[in-house]
Ligand binder design. Structure first.
Ligand SMILES: CC(C)(COP(=O)(O)OP(=O)(O)OC[C@H]1O[C@@H](n2cnc3c(N)ncnc32)[C@H](O)[C@@H]1OP(=O)(O)O)[C@@H](O)C(=O)NCCC(=O)NCCS
Length: 201
């Protein structure tokens, strides 16, 4: 049975600054899996389920969509509510015969009543800063045409005209979503066919 839905308070606002900044009592956290207890896990799953209604059944069961367990998770919390979330998965991909360690950004979302305030920028910036502490060659994410401008204004660059393959149930499939990368150790994205060496994220 799905866990009960939590009460959503109105987003707090700061006087004279009601547009873009997180309100009072907003807490940004970068968490490893062992720092996410059951209560927080449930709160994150509920926010994910609300933000991604097409796959809410999956998110009410697990945060590890397509079995991708996070290396770290960035959340913006107001009291018990997880207002904004993203997960970073670690993956070694290949470009031709070359290997690259990537920070795969997944499940970026902001609860509907908290949207339009730039909270996605807050979590994306925090995720990028954290990624610099690791040995990643670059960040990599998959999105759609409508949303890519949000990533672009946070330093992500679109990858165009390059073939990406993932593996699902033993089959190689082409990734059709928009692809974007974030320069870390590598300034430029490698050429050649990209193999995600597993499922997408
Ligand atoms: C995409 C998403 C993360 C953006 O989060 P956000 O913090 O609201 O982003 P922004 O504050 O930059 O707002 C984005 C746009 O939403 C619009 N917006 C404004 N108020 C809004 C509101 N109350 N509700 C919805 N959208 C609103 C604005 O047009 C804004 O455009 P702007 O950049 O020109 O200001 C969020 O909409 C979301 O969770 N969507 C569902 C899950 C999803 O698709 N995730 C992306 C997977 S790749």
């Amino acid at each position: 049975m799905p866990p009960p839905k939590v009460q959503i308070p109105s987003p707090d606002r700061e006087e004279g600054d009601e547009n873009r900044k997180p309100g009072k009592n907003m807490k940004l956290q970068i968490l490893k899996e062992n720092q996410i207890d059951e209560t927080l896990d449930t709160a994150i799953k509920q926010s994910l389920a609300r933000c991604f209604p097409d796959i809410e059944d999956i998110f009410l069961q697990t945060r590890a969509y397509r079995n991708n367990v996070s290396l770290y998770t960035v959340i913006l919390q107001q009291k018990d509510i997880v207002c904004a979330h993203l997960a970073v998965v670690e993956r070694t991909i290949t470009a031709g015969s070359d290997k690259y360690l990537v920070a795969g950004v997944a499940n970026v979302c902001v609860l509907p009543e908290y949207r339009g305030k730039g909270f996605s920028d807050k979590i994306l910036q925090a995720a990028a800063e954290e990624a610099k502490k690791y040995d990643f060659d670059f960040g990599l994410l998959f999105t759609n045409k409508k949303i890519k401008y949000i990533y672009a204004r946070n330093g992500w660059r679109e990858i165009q005209g390059q073939k990406f393959l993932c593996t699902d149930e033993g089959k190689k499939l082409e990734v059709s979503s928009a692809k974007m990368y974030y320069p870390l150790k590598c300034e430029n994205f490698p050429s050649g066919i990209i193999d995600l060496q597993g499922k997408g994220w």
